[in-house]
Design a protein around this ligand. Structure first.
Ligand code: NAD
Ligand code: TDX
Length: 339
């Protein structure tokens, strides 16, 4: 089995590569990643010498490069993690989200059509369903919830999902899509809520909570997401969408307070800042389908997962320090200085 994993130098893709190489020692895994600001070869260091692993630095939007890779490797599957993934950046500059998330997806699927493939899997997000009201805890996203996006990021992911389903219906491409809730865990890029708060707290810097911090996210430990995708690509039904989430809803402010508590830092570091434009209020996944069809259940409780994650950041300063001391400082200044 040869699998091309795109975006494998980023947060979830790298965790997926570690999971697959560990679980399937006879699989060949090729990581296709152009190493944007969010991707780093240092993340893939643990597998670089594995003979079953190859890294290729190209963009999924580069048709010639993608076709060359298909000719060289004859992949059985493609799992597409490659994306611009940060909502705040999409609000500042939507264009690159459309290029990578939509055009890149079509380039990959065109190559799948041209050379043949057993499975094309699209890693999508719960954000394609928009948001749920805070006062309706009975409501959840199911696979049939209408697409109703809020940000340029989520719109680009929704556009890609529609294209994937269209390639299935029109060309018979054997596709699956998974839509997961917020992930957390090792190698999470420092611009996202949990790593940002851990790293700022470690430096005794202000903890910038958007609005009143009442927005709710449904957090899933990254390893549980990887195991779910593993099940979907092997046993999921072609043409189907699978929601992934572990019924673990938390208010942002409660997460930030928990991080303060775990690190022994004062809550006085918390600073309420101007809200994100179009900020989604609540995400909550109904994972009944993947549970009933594929037997998936999350294994890591948030109370354990957040402790493991904080410990990982404490133990792996060598991974995040070069990131936060580089170009990231300009980003941080631009996004937070006068907020
Ligand atoms: P990330 O930003 O950490 O990593 C993205 C990776 O894609 C990076 O390595 C980057 O270099 C690479 N990449 C970007 N543009 C590329 C291009 N044109 N060609 C090749 N590589 C490119 O993202 P993540 O958080 O790991 O998310 C991975 C996927 O999972 C995304 O598709 C995202 O929409 C989806 N997702 C993420 C979450 C979450 O909580 N992080 C939740 C649900 C779904
Ligand atoms: O500094 C911050 N302060 C703050 O209050 C940051 C970075 C975020 N927030 C809030 C905004 C959100 O309500 O925390 C929540 C989580 O924010 P992000 O970490 O940016 O994640 P989110 O916008 O929920 O999107 C994530 O989950 C779905 C991923 O980045 C997406 O790629 C995925 O599709």
């Amino acid at each position: 089995m040869t699998i091309i994993v795109t975006g494998g130098a980023g947060f979830i893709g790298s965790n997926f590569i570690f999971h697959m190489l560990n679980k399937y020692p006879d699989y060949r895994i090729i990581c296709l990643d152009c190493l944007t600001y969010a991707g780093s070869l240092s993340t893939l260091e643990p597998v670089m010498d594995n003979p079953n692993f190859r890294f290729v630095k190209e963009s999924i939007t580069d048709r010639a490069a993608v076709e060359k890779l298909f000719e060289e490797e004859h992949p059985d599957m493609v799992v597409n993690f490659a994306a611009e993934s940060h909502v705040d950046r999409s609000i500042e500059n939507p264009q690159v989200f459309l290029d990578t998330n939509i055009i890149g997806t079509s380039v990959l699927m065109d190559a799948c059509r041209k050379y043949g493939i057993k499975r094309y899997h699209q890693v999508s997000t719960d954000e394609v369903y928009g948001d749920l009201p805070l006062d309706r805890p009975d409501m959840f996203f199911t696979e049939t919830t209408p697409i109703h996006t809020s940000s340029p990021y989520s719109s680009s992911k929704a556009g890609a999902d529609l294209l994937v389903l269209a390639y299935h219906r029109t060309y018979g491409l054997p596709v699956t899509i998974s839509r997961c809730s917020n992930n957390y865990g090792p190698y999470h890029f420092p611009e996202k809520l949990i790593p940002l708060m851990i790293i700022n707290a470690l430096h005794d810097k202000p903890l910038p909570v958007y609005g009143e911090g009442l927005n709710v996210r449904d957090w899933l430990y990254v390893e549980d997401h990887c195991k779910a995708i593993d099940l979907v690509i092997h046993n999921g039904r072609v043409g189907e969408v699978y929601n992934i989430g572990g019924h673990n809803e938390m208010k942002n402010i409660d997460i930030v307070k928990l991080i303060c508590k775990e690190l022994g830092k004062p809550e006085s570091l918390i600073t309420y800042v101007t809200d994100r434009k179009g900020h989604d209020m609540r995400y909550a996944i109904d994972p009944t389908k993947i549970h009933n069809e594929l037997g998936w259940l999350p294994e890591t409780m948030f109370t354990d997962g957040i402790k493991k994650t904080i410990k990982w950041y404490l133990d792996n300063e060598a991974w995040w320090e070069p990131i936060v001391s580089g170009e990231y400082q300009n980003y941080y200044e631009k996004m937070y200085a006068n907020r």
